[in-house]
Design a protein around this ligand. Structure first.
Ligand code: NAD
Ligand code: UDP
Length: 309
């Protein structure tokens, strides 16, 4: 069976990806420095002979023994409060980290997949966002450290593809949620669920008119896996087009948790995108992929997990 190296494998999406690949019978090498990931996300895999953990910062060079067939590069802070707390690490993992991960893939003649993001579209002026849209990013704003690191990561991936004839893939991941998100990672789903189950006010930023579209983790893993095995070489949006204003999303979570919470309004963070919805025409056509889990069902499962943990 093939070997897959997953950088950021102890994080939210990465650990679900490791579980999924191990179940399919792949050998998995997880590289993570636990900046925002955790041991508990991969505790269930530690004794599995197919699984190996390397505690390493991917911005520093790494020598891997043996064959590697796929390199899936997910390492990066992803929550706005994480990348605001670690701006330089975020820029380094998107640039130096992607360079090193590409270097491993090149040496091993492995397929390379970059976990990019809808943030490459910035505060978009085109709605919904197709892959052909080039984006509206403020390079010197607080989100620039993440957005520009990912834009650089896409550019260096394309350069390696061209110069070294490598097989590369770029997944533009839109807001994804589910079990294992950190309670305090600051993203809207864990914030609202924790506030609602504790009957505390839900903190809506701005007037809550900004929109997001939410994809459940199992759908995202399915999409990443289909892209990994595909012959698609251009960037592909992966996300669930079900779009909500943040205010409606807060009300939905209050209803699903049967909470007595009220809503409070806090200042909108600088450069917070006003709208976001993936155009997934390409993923449907080229990967035969589209999300199967409705936002209500996905949220119910996520709420249950947060209650149990
Ligand atoms: P996460 O913070 O849970 O996971 C990121 C992982 O990368 C963590 O385990 C962290 O410790 C690790 N990491 C960070 N810097 C590292 C370094 N220098 N060396 C080794 N490991 C390092 O975030 P996530 O939500 O699982 O996101 C995973 C990937 O998907 C990221 O690249 C992110 O940009 C992308 N993405 C996620 C979403 C989302 O909604 N979750 C949306 C768009 C893109
Ligand atoms: N948000 C909010 N209250 C919170 C956390 C987030 O209103 O407690 C808003 C945030 O301003 C943004 C949206 O929810 O408009 C999604 O935020 P998140 O941090 O999850 O990710 P983003 O999509 O901005 O990267």
């Amino acid at each position: 069976m093939a070997t897959v190296l997953v950088t950021g494998g102890a994080g939210f999406i990465g650990s679900h990806l490791c579980d999924f690949l191990i179940k399919k019978g792949y050998r998995v090498i997880c590289v993570d420095n636990f900046l925002t990931g955790s041991e508990s996300n991969i505790a269930q895999l530690k004794e599995n002979p197919l699984f190996k953990l390397i505690n390493h910062d991917i911005t520093k060079q790494l020598k891997i023994e043996g064959e590697v067939d796929y390199v899936l590069h997910l390492a990066s802070a992803a929550s706005p409060i994480d990348y605001l707390k670690y701006p330089i690490q975020t820029l380094k993992v998107g640039s130096l980290g992607t360079h090193n991960a590409l270097g491993i893939a090149k040496l091993k003649r492995a397929v390379f997949l970059l976990a990019s993001t809808s943030e490459v579209y910035g505060d978009p002026k085109v709605h919904p966002q197709p892959e052909t849209y080039w984006g509206n990013v403020n390079p010197v704003g607080p989100r620039g450290v993440y957005d520009e690191a990912k834009r650089f990561a896409e550019a260096i991936t394309m350069a390696y593809r061209k110069v070294h004839s490598m097989d590369t893939k770029i997944a533009r991941i839109f807001n994804t949620y589910g079990p294992r998100m950190r309670k305090k990672d600051g993203r809207v789903v864990p914030n609202f669920i924790m506030q609602a189950i504790n009957n505390e006010p839900l903190t809506v930023y701005g007037e809550g008119l900004q929109t997001r579209s939410f994809c459940y983790i199992t759908d995202m893993i399915d999409g990443i896996y289909k892209l990994m095995l595909s012959s698609v070489t251009e960037p592909v949006n992966l996300g669930n087009p079900e779009e909500y204003s943040i205010l409606d999303f807060a009300k939905k979570i209050i209803r699903l948790t049967e909470s007595t919470s009220e809503i409070t309004y806090e200042p909108l963070p600088t450069d917070d995108p006003k709208t976001r919805q993936p155009d997934i025409t390409k993923a449907k056509k080229l990967l035969h992929w589209e999300p199967k889990v409705s936002v209500d069902d996905g949220l119910r499962k996520t709420i249950e997990w947060f209650r149990e943990n």
